[in-house]
Ligand binder design. Structure first.
Ligand code: SF4
Length: 450
């Protein structure tokens, strides 16, 4: 049962020392009750009350960790239903299901391709998380060898298996990689519970066939048997039922503090669809609403790229725009005569502009002004990208000493500030560049040949 802010306040030291970042203990207590703060922010809570407060302030969706140290994946620990309330915290893990009945060469080739997939987007590295190895071969040894291959590739593993001997062999092969084990919608055998406990694995709770009350009962039973790290499979597979189930589970966990459904959810979009495209769309639904793990059946780089991009967007804190550090960026070893462009420090803007300057193949200086993470037009409208700020940034970054000219190229969208900028930067020529980053290469080649 969740405690009220006042009840939590009575357990706090009540010294109002502010070390938690809140002006008073009461303010901190209110934030804890609203699940908008972590108890660990107060260093003075006694051990005695910690246990009680811990359970009251613990995130309503349990944190479950999979994978080895190198590629650890944390899922769950969510505290809100809507992203705009705060932020979604742990992005869903993207896994690919491979049967252990594939030939060794085919299995290894697919694992290696998935492990090697990595792209950079707005300064972040994006990659899939792991392999769900499904027991189909009938041979525990073969299953264990395939699990080991996936673990050795550095990926997190899910062992889809209800056979006790194969599960034990697979768990031994996955030693040290915090695997998840269970069967898809068949019900989990008691033996698996014992094996999960013995090997420190997380366990899939399945067999509810869309009945969330049954799922909660199954989860309670597993917890009573000593497995804390559970992942729930509601058993729904199609679009509408899955959406309804995942929304109900998230709301029950967060709004009602219903702990029996407060675990990450595993989904299998390939089981509810007939093609790669549909699977990708259903997986997108799960990224948005509220999967912890998504097990895909079709590996395709284009599909993966779209899911990684969506996942990145949804799991970015909406209150904190992704920013790059303000300053001067040197592109392709610029010389004093190279052109100077200016833009804002919103990551997407910076990477678009920098990418197009690079694509143009000409050295340039790129001045990134602190616009508090806003894009060009938004920052201009908010007064965060005006002539005064740009001029200050030019001077504070020592550009007059670095450059052998006095020309600055401003984004086409803020052409209207060129007059003011001339006043702020006497003796400088203000050039109006293209509105869109894509026009930069041709603009720079025109400037170079002028
Ligand atoms: Fe109160 Fe602890 Fe915050 Fe200090 S750190 S104000 S004692 S809640």
């Amino acid at each position: 049962m969740a405690l009220s802010g006042i009840a939590i306040y009575k357990m706090l030291p009540q010294t109002n020392c502010k070390e938690c970042g809140h002006p008073t203990c009461l303010a901190f207590a209110m934030k804890l009750a609203a699940r908008q703060a972590e108890l660990s922010a107060c260093p003075y809570v006694s051990d005695e009350t910690k246990a009680e407060l811990d359970s009251a302030s613990a995130p309503p969706v349990r944190l479950v960790t999979l994978g080895g140290e190198e590629r650890a994946l944390e899922v769950g620990n969510e505290t809100v239903v809507y992203r705009h309330d705060k932020t979604f915290v742990h992005q869903p893990g993207l896994f690919y299901r491979l049967g252990d009945d594939l030939s060794d060469d085919e299995f290894a080739a697919q694992v290696d391709e998935i492990a090697a997939y990595e792209i950079e987007r707005v300064g972040m590295q994006l990659r899939p998380d792991g392999i769900a190895v499904e027991y189909r071969s009938g041979s525990p040894e073969v299953f264990a060898a395939k699990v080991k291959k996936a673990v050795d590739a550095g990926l997190a593993v899910i062992l889809l298996c209800s056979d006790t001997a194969a599960a034990e062999a697979g768990l031994k092969a996955a030693k040290g990689s915090r695997p998840l084990i269970g069967a898809t919608n068949e019900g989990s055998a008691e033996d698996l519970v014992a094996l999960a406990k013995e090997h420190g694995a997380s366990l899939i709770v399945s067999g509810a066939d869309g009945d969330l009350e049954k799922l909660a009962t199954l989860a309670e039973a597993m917890k009573e048997q000593g497995v804390e790290d559970l992942v729930l499979d509601p058993g729904t597979r199609d679009w509408a039922d899955s959406l309804a189930a995942l929304v109900s589970m998230r709301r029950a966990a967060i709004k009602k503090n219903f702990r029996s459904l407060g675990y990450p959810v595993i989904t299998f979009p390939g089981e509810g669809t007939d093609s790669l495209e549909e699977e990708t769309m259903l997986a997108s639904q799960f990224v948005n609403r509220y999967a912890g793990l998504i097990v895909l059946d079709h590996y395709d780089p284009a599909s993966l790229y779209s899911l990684l991009t969506l996942r990145q967007n949804i799991y970015t804190d909406p209150q904190k725009p992704i920013q790059v550090s303000p300053g001067v960026y040197e592109i392709a070893d610029p010389k004093p005569e190279s052109p100077l462009l200016v833009t804002t420090n919103f990551s997407l803007t910076y990477f678009s502009v920098a990418g197009e300057v690079e694509a143009g193949g000409r050295p340039a200086w790129l001045l990134v002004v602190d616009s508090e993470g806003m894009s060009v037009l938004t920052a201009w409208a908010a007064g965060k990208f005006d002539a005064e700020r740009i001029a200050k940034s030019v001077n504070s970054n020592g550009l007059p000493d670095k450059l052998g000219h006095r020309r600055i190229i401003i984004p086409g969208f803020v052409a209207s500030i060129s007059g003011e900028l001339e006043e702020e930067l006497p003796g400088w020529e203000i050039m109006v560049g293209p509105r869109e980053a894509i026009g930069i290469p041709s603009y720079l080649s025109q400037v170079a040949s002028a």
